[in-house]
Design a protein around this ligand. Sequence first.
Ligand code: HEC
Length: 142
Amino acid sequence: MQLLYTTIFILITIGFLLTSACGNQNNKSVQTAHNQEVTKKMKKETPPEQLQKAKEILQTVSEAAITSIDAKAKYRVFCIACHGPKGDLNFNNATDLTQSTIGLEESIAQIYHGKGMMTPFKGIMKDKEIVAVAKYIEKLRK
Ligand code: HEC
């Protein structure tokens, strides 16, 4: 009788260990996938309302207004501290602008609203200056 109880106990324990081990592994991979998804979102996707604002800015600023701006000079004043003269300084974890692949609207949205360690330039730079600088940094790409 004692042996029977012990055997049943051991079997239950093994069963429990097996299911919990598998369960954990599944959870882990789901968790990792989830985290990767979150990281990807944080890195890549611009919130829709920010993109909308960027579109509005692009529509309201005329070509003539953009070319009237000395974009390089503005870049040197506002962006060089973190991105460096060539865009590849990466100070404060700033993205290497020479490796950037994002579109003009995303750039404008990010400059206007800021992101992470990057300060927003809404109210600091005029809309036309933001567009001019967003176009200028595309020229820094390799
Ligand atoms: C205080 C430091 C700082 C300053 C000043 C700064 N940036 Fe940034 N920039 C960052 C950081 C940090 C990131 C990465 C943000 C993130 O993804 O969390 C970034 C990312 C960017 C990106 C996104 C690139 C990509 O491919 O994702 C653009 C575009 C950009 N900056 C443009 C500018 C422009 C233009 C200026 C000047 C008007 C500027 N930045 C000034 C720190 C700065």
